[in-house]
Design a protein around this ligand. Structure first.
Ligand SMILES: *Cc1c(COP(=O)(O)O)cnc(C)c1O
Length: 391
């Protein structure tokens, strides 16, 4: 199929909920993706942080293929070896107690919201069900997670939304304290607001939130859907500050390219969700879990994670030398670039020149594969420089 045929199929048959770049990807290897004409793209967006080990990483492909040929799906009525192994790896790595398997970030957050409200209902009755989230956050596209998302642009058309989400200023403990009431059961936040523009919350703020929540028996939910699984140079972003959340949600990068969402809970919450209180058909799918086992085995390694930090710092230093770059926000390989000029235009020009880079609000955003090499970084930054300095 040529590019025009692929675009036509999309235009005629798929709801236009996304504006697309003029790019048709049909094959990928490592940090490179290709269209059917053989045009090569270096991709520093990784399918929005999903392909954490790049396209078609051989070890990941092997794990997935082997599992597909062994048993491809087991309903949740039966025990599942692969899911059990993944769960144990994640609870051990985080010190959390138990987890629930879903299929996406939004679903992981839905589970977190249900756990928080159920915990509070069991302990305090039905009136303590408010959840405080942060302005400029992003938590997903279901009705409940849109409600949790602290951005007015997401609160349109689909009324009624879910009640009792309250929004505080990000990185401002006084704002949080003023929004919390005796009806608040949880605070939910991203340690780096990804979609909101790579907004890195300070460690002192996170510690203050943790302390304040503990005093009031308010659960702290950390949405690690974008920041998790090595992205920020620690296994989870919250680990930079040493806080201990009650609930952690992950998705995107843990699957290495297959759909998965996970809600981890601590010891106090491990029995809050009883039989029949929650479920999802595809959750804990063994093929997906086999891929995720490969990802966590690769990423949960001190040398690997310190390389993520070094490479992130290297990208920041390189990008700061480009004319027109005003500042860089960077934690590990989560990178936001503030520039003179329109980021949409720059990202589009980059795609024409063979670099796939995305945007977040008014910033350019890079979420490269965690195993990107320095040569590949130089190549990607070279294309960005060319495009920026032509502008
Ligand atoms: C992407 C994202 C989500 C939503 O994940 P989906 O898999 O698209 O449902 C939620 N929270 C954060 C922080 C995200 O980046």
């Amino acid at each position: 199929m040529d590019n025009e045929q692929i675009k036509l199929l999309d235009k005629e048959n798929i709801m236009h909920t996304y504006s697309r770049y003029d790019v048709c990807l049909t094959k990928g290897r490592g940090v490179y993706a290709y269209d059917n004409n053989g045009k090569e793209y270096i991709d520093v967006s990784s399918g929005i942080g999903v392909n954490s080990l790049g396209y078609c990483n051989p070890g990941w492909v092997e794990a997935v293929q082997k599992q597909t040929a062994k048993i491809q799906h087991i309903s949740n009525y039966y025990y599942n070896e692969v899911a059990g192994e993944l769960a144990q790896k994640l609870t051990k790595a985080t010190g959390m107690s138990k987890l629930f398997f879903g299929n996406s970030g939004a679903e992981a957050n839905e589970c977190a919201i249900k756990v928080a409200r159920k915990y509070s209902f069991d302990k305090y009755g039905s009136n303590r069900n408010h959840i405080v989230t942060l302005k400029n956050s992003f938590h997903g596209r279901t009705i409940a997670t849109l409600s949790a998302t602290g951005q007015d642009v997401f609160h349109n058309f689909f009324f009624p939304f879910v009640d009792n989400f309250d929004y505080a200023e990000a990185d401002n403990i006084d704002s949080l304290k003023s929004v919390v009431t005796d009806k608040t059961c949880a605070v939910m936040l991203e340690v780096v607001q990804g979609e909101g523009g790579v907004n890195i919350l300070s460690q002192s703020y996170l510690k203050a939130v943790e302390k304040f929540c503990k005093e009031k028996d308010i659960l702290l939910i950390i949405d690690e859907v974008q920041t998790g699984v090595g992205r920020t140079g620690k296994l989870f972003g919250y680990m930079h500050s040493g806080i201990k959340p009650n609930i952690v949600t992950i998705a995107k990068g843990i699957g290495g390219g297959l759909p998965i969402g996970i809600c981890l809970v601590d010891n106090t919450l491990k029995d809050v969700m009883g039989v029949s209180s929650h479920g999802t058909t595809f959750g804990s799918n063994p093929v997906v879990c086999a891929g995720a086992n490969y990802v966590i085995d690769t990423v949960n390694n001190q040398d690997f994670l310190s390389d993520v930090n070094k490479k992130g710092g290297y990208i920041k230093d390189s990008v700061l030398k480009i004319k027109g770059v005003k500042s860089v926000r960077q934690l590990g390989l989560m990178i936001g670039i503030e520039i003179d000029g329109n980021v949409g235009d720059v990202a589009k020009r980059c795609s024409q020149e063979g670099l796939l880079i995305i945007t977040a609000k008014t910033l350019l955003r890079m979420l490269p594969p965690l195993n990107i090499t320095y040569e590949e970084i130089d190549k990607a930054v070279g294309i960005l420089k060319k495009v920026m300095e032509e502008n």
